[in-house]
Design a protein around this ligand. Sequence first.
Ligand SMILES: N[C@@H](CCC(=O)N[C@@H](CS)C(=O)NCC(=O)O)C(=O)O
Length: 144
Amino acid sequence: MERCRIALAEKGLPYEPLEQDLSNKGELLLRANPVHGKVPVLLHGGRPICESLVILHYLDEAFPEVAPAQLPSDPRARVHARFWADFADRKVFECGTRLWKLKDGEARARGEMVEALRALDAELGDKPYLAGEAFGFADLAVVE
Ligand SMILES: N[C@@H](CCC(=O)N[C@@H](CS)C(=O)NCC(=O)O)C(=O)O
């Protein structure tokens, strides 16, 4: 998922991408993410961190000294960012996956996607970012 690549790039953290064949999952992926067997997985110091939003949190917490932080410092702005990140994850990504995979669910998923994008658009309004003064957690979540 691009979210994690962008977060790593934003912090300027070097990493080695290991491409995975999802139609024939390798042992490394299945060992690193036995619960979901999905990418992305971040291997840091030999330990796997799974789920893209969890990886984003980890990067901020493991490298707090490396700017920029994804979450604003004000607690109210933080919950706002978390709310919209969660919204993007549930509505945009989930719906996008359905649109991609399911022919039957297509018409409904398309309507839901338009609704979700309208909500994001309304929230964004004239602001440059979804939450706070800088590109951050909620914006990353929309990228998927
Ligand atoms: N909630 C997960 C979703 C990850 C996901 O759906 N990854 C897809 C690729 S974009 C995948 O690995 N699919 C393989 C599968 O479902 O078996 C996250 O945010 O990390």
